[in-house]
Design a protein around this ligand. Structure first.
Ligand code: FE2
Length: 251
């Protein structure tokens, strides 16, 4: 059961997000997040191709399996998490953006699709960052530079368990998280302006992307910008989720 209130999320057209600083800054200050709508065709195509490749990847029984090593954060690949009773809770492909050359791919088309979408989402994160004028001491660097600590994650939630939540409330560690909204409900975000949870999915009238602030943004802005709490509820059918997180050294 969701605790979310029936409220329209705060949104902005993609063209406005790119060209108008003040609305972007105001929405980030007031709500901590922006839902971006009226996406351009090329971006929609990039999302669609990556989603198709993601589903192919998860359906492939021969997919490369590498347990992510959280101590080094240098590994990419597949991990799976099971809960009691052997029910599959979540499958996960993790890509460290600075390590694409060493990443584990099952096909060139998967590689191309994931990197293309990650770069597109990265540009949205950089746009949001530029509007905040937050100074990053250890510059994030060139996109997809070898020391880039940003990540691109692909999740498939099985939604077969009895649990209420797939992922409990948390904030992300980096600067900004950028995520195409999924077609299956699940993501809820805490809106600081109403002090309430808002359900963002399924994407309302058209495909949309959410961008929200994270822990390092709050820290570097001296709490001017908030780190937005979010969680993933269970649903009645499998849910695919693609997420990009812009991080910097130490994020
Ligand atoms: Fe998260």
């Amino acid at each position: 059961m969701s605790d979310a209130v029936p409220m329209e999320p705060t949104s902005l057209y993609y063209a406005s997000f790119l060209s108008e600083d003040e609305p972007v800054r105001e929405l980030l200050l007031q709500h901590g997040y922006i839902v971006i709508t009226e996406l351009p065709v090329e971006l929609l195509e990039s999302i669609s191709v990556a989603e198709t490749e993601a589903l192919k990847y998860f359906q492939n029984p021969d997919k490369t399996k590498t347990i992510i090593n959280k101590d080094t954060s240098q590994f990419s690949g597949y991990c799976v998490r099971k809960i009691w009773g052997g029910i599959l809770e979540r499958e996960h492909y993790h890509l460290l953006c600075g390590q694409t050359a060493n990443a584990l791919w099952t096909s060139e088309s998967m590689k191309d699709a994931f990197i293309m979408l990650a770069k597109n989402l990265e540009s949205i994160a950089y746009r949001a960052l530029s509007v905040t004028k937050v100074v990053i001491p250890a510059l994030v660097g060139e996109p997809f530079h070898s020391s880039d600590q940003s990540v691109f994650d692909v999740f498939l939630y099985g939604n077969e368990s009895e649990r209420k939540e797939n992922m409990c409330s948390h904030t992300d560690p980096g600067l900004f998280t950028v995520k195409p909204l999924s077609t299956v409900e699940g993501l809820e975000i805490f809106d600081q302006s109403c002090n309430c949870w808002i359900s963002l999915e399924p994407a309302t009238s058209s495909p949309a992307i959410v961008v929200f602030g994270c822990d390092m943004l709050r820290e570097l802005s001296n709490d001017k910008y908030n780190a937005v709490s979010h969680k993933v509820l269970t649903s009645t059918k499998p849910r695919l989720s693609l997420v990009y997180e812009l991080r910097c050294d130490g994020c």
